[in-house]
Design a protein around this ligand. Structure first.
Ligand code: PRX
Length: 631
């Protein structure tokens, strides 16, 4: 099936078809795949339960569709091009045939190590091809993978292992990241002291650093695969069997495990990858995300490989060994589609255009953005200096829960507007609701972004706690999926995402729940109470500002602040470290004891001109004291 659309009229036509007859629309896309058994119904759903099923009773294996389905024609085409952290190290190019063999061999290896269909496997690995092989090998045998970003702490890792009762961890001795080496195996060892379900750990040799191998539990990857057959018959899965769990932060409590299933996720990631980026078979595509996030799942691994694309995997960071690294890689591999995050763009923008100049970026056709709102300045810089004014920017809005891109321009087709994700993709029926749940029809409206009809790759549940899924996404507005984002639909019907309306902060495109950071801060023995808010940050989009009430006895403020930041680092990981910590005498509260975050957000943003009415607070005097302290 080709997803080439030439004109905006073509998009409008495609969109109308998808709305008038979603069943017919999605079954046409699904027909591109190999199914062991065809579906009874395309979709069955209700948004109250919620209960959503796509391609009911159909049977498939997603890896047959991204490996076997391509072998005859694309066997020798590069599937993955791996660019190492150190540019002096050799690039690895893995063809579809080689990938097929690696996946089959590792699938057999995992089986030999005791993994069966339905078991949960944690992947805590660097950005190396083996991480993709690990994900696909799980999918091959019907094991459920849960990739944990290798920057998370031992505590975060243990929490995730315990929540899904995982049986195996796949990891490495260490990870290279810029000029740093991260001892990931040691983090796994620490995490496993607080878990009791893990039976085996398979360790990839990457940095060569010495690690402790626990007898009977830990095995080296290269030893485990030795002599194992590369012939493997894929497990036949039901369309609604679990494919993976990915943990993400919300406004309350611990991260939740978002569950995606096989059939719908396959159909939607494939379709949106081809459609949004207008990928052609000869193109080289690069998404700079980490496989630890949903972007890495859907648009480094599954979407591109389902489409038979060549996908680049980059192990390193944008500024190592120098600030021109991204552009050097684009030139080296003649990248055609480049997909990154606003935070990376802003970080590189700070180095000016000099690092770009020596590089030939003429291969670029499409440049993309994901993860947070892209501000106009960064949009223009990206457009003018990276895209040289000739590459369309696809500003793609979506979420871990949506599985795939929901709102985005179609490259070269949809006229773009800086900072606008523009229009919904075919099949996506958006609604903007006011706080009372009324749908705001027509243009020039602003409100809560919801979706009113299912799409194939939407989350099905949150692992082990369906009620939490209902509460979080389906209870705010009855009959709608609520995204947690605010949105504006302008006079042209274009969508601009305004950011989260709940207590979630988006730090460098990473989602952090304020409650989660507060819980970590409160672990410090001297902390009495804390409140965390986001504030505008030039590079990260949002920074983390923590107001903390402490027992100061015998401590200097400076040391205490340092210790608090370290506590968060230890409990969650470096990405959650507060940028600013202010020790305060109290927190502004309503008479019912609720913290007035609105006031704290204003102080954090240095926007203290109009604090609104504070007289109804339980402790109005504290506002001035906090403002004074912030100065
Ligand atoms: O607030 C939106 C923001 O990121 C949130 C989803 O985060 P996560 O599940 O980690 O997935 C990130 C990668 C898909 C959304 O609720 N967000 C994501 N993309 C955009 C965005 N905000 C504005 N514009 C975007 N393009």
């Amino acid at each position: 099936m080709s997803n080439k659309i030439q004109t905006l009229g073509g998009y409008i036509h495609e969109y109308s078809k998808s709305i008038q007859n979603p069943e017919e629309f999605w079954s046409r896309v699904a027909d591109s795949f190999h199914w062991h058994q065809r579906w009874d119904n395309v979709v069955e759903w209700d948004f109250v339960g919620p209960d959503v099923k796509w391609f009911t009773n159909s049977k498939l294996n997603i890896t047959e569709n991204l490996l076997e389905r391509h072998l005859f024609v694309l066997g020798n085409k590069p599937a993955i091009i791996w660019e190492p952290n150190d540019p002096e190290e050799a690039v690895r190019t893995i063809t579809y045939r080689q990938l097929y063999e690696m996946v089959c061999q590792f699938a057999n290896t995992m089986k030999a190590q005791g993994i069966q269909k339905g078991d949960r496997v944690i992947i805590y690995m660097p950005m190396v091809p083996e991480a993709a092989v690990a994900m696909l090998a799980c999918a091959r045998i019907g094991a459920v993978h849960s990739v944990v970003f290798a920057g998370f702490s031992a505590t975060s890792l243990a929490d995730r292992i315990n929540d899904c009762e995982a049986k195996m961890v796949l990891t490495s001795d260490g990870n290279f990241r810029g000029n740093k080496k991260i001892p990931v195996k040691a983090v796994v060892d620490e995490a496993l002291e607080n878990t009791n379900t893990i039976e085996k750990v398979i360790v990839l040799h990457r940095t060569g650093d010495e690690v402790t191998m626990k007898e009977g539990r830990d095995v080296w990857w290269h030893e485990a695969i030795e002599g194992v057959s590369a012939v493997n018959e894929a497990e036949v899965m039901d369309s609604e069997d679990m494919l993976f769990i990915l943990y993400t932060s919300g406004s309350t409590g611990k991260p939740k495990g978002v569950v995606h299933t096989c059939g719908g996720y396959m159909v939607y990631t494939y379709y949106t990858f081809q459609y949004v980026f207008q990928y052609s078979p000869v193109d080289v595509y690069w998404c700079t995300a980490d496989v630890g996030w949903i972007t890495g799942h859907s648009y480094i691994v599954y979407g591109p490989l389902l489409a038979g694309a060549t996908t680049i995997m980059f192990e390193g960071v944008p500024t190592f060994p120098e600030a021109g690294r991204f552009w050097a890689i684009c030139e080296k591999h003649k990248v055609n589609q480049f997909y990154t995050a606003p935070t990376a763009i802003r970080a590189l923008q700070a180095y000016g255009t000099e690092p770009i100049q020596p590089h030939d970026l003429s291969s670029l056709k499409v440049i993309g953005s994901v993860g947070e709102p892209i501000n106009e300045e960064a949009w223009h810089w990206y457009h003018d200096h990276v895209g040289k004014g000739r590459c369309p920017i696809v500003d793609t809005w979506w979420q871990t829960e949506t599985g795939g891109i929901m709102v985005s321009p179609i490259a070269g087709v949809t006229p773009t507007k800086p900072s606008y994700a523009t229009l919904p993709l075919p099949g996506i029926q958006l609604a903007i609701l006011d706080n009372d749940g009324n749908e705001l029809k027509g243009n020039s409206v602003e409100g809560n972004l919801c979706v009113k009809f299912p799409w194939p790759s939407m989350l099905r549940t949150t692992y082990g706690d369906h009620e939490r899924c209902r509460q979080t996404y389906f209870s705010s507005f009855k009959g709608y999926y609520f995204t947690g984002d605010g949105v504006k639909r302008d006079e042209d019907g274009y969508y601009r995402i305004l950011g989260r309306v709940d207590d979630v902060i988006n730090v460098s495109g990473h989602r952090m729940g304020t409650a989660e950071v507060e819980n970590a801060i409160n672990e410090h023995p001297k902390v009495v109470e804390s409140a965390v808010v986001g504030y505008p940050h030039d590079i990260k989009g949002q920074g983390i500002y923590a107001y903390v009430i402490c027992d100061m006895e015998g401590r200097s403020e400076e040391n205490l602040i340092q210790e608090i930041r370290e506590t968060v680092n230890k409990i969650i990981g470096p990405i959650a470290k507060p940028d600013k910590v202010q020790i305060v005498p109290g927190l502004p509260k309503t008479r019912s004891g609720k913290i007035m975050r609105r006031i704290l957000r204003k102080i954090a943003s240095a926007d203290t001109g109009n604090m609104g009415d504070t007289s109804t607070l339980l402790n109005p005097e504290v506002v001035d004291q906090i403002m004074e302290g912030a100065r």
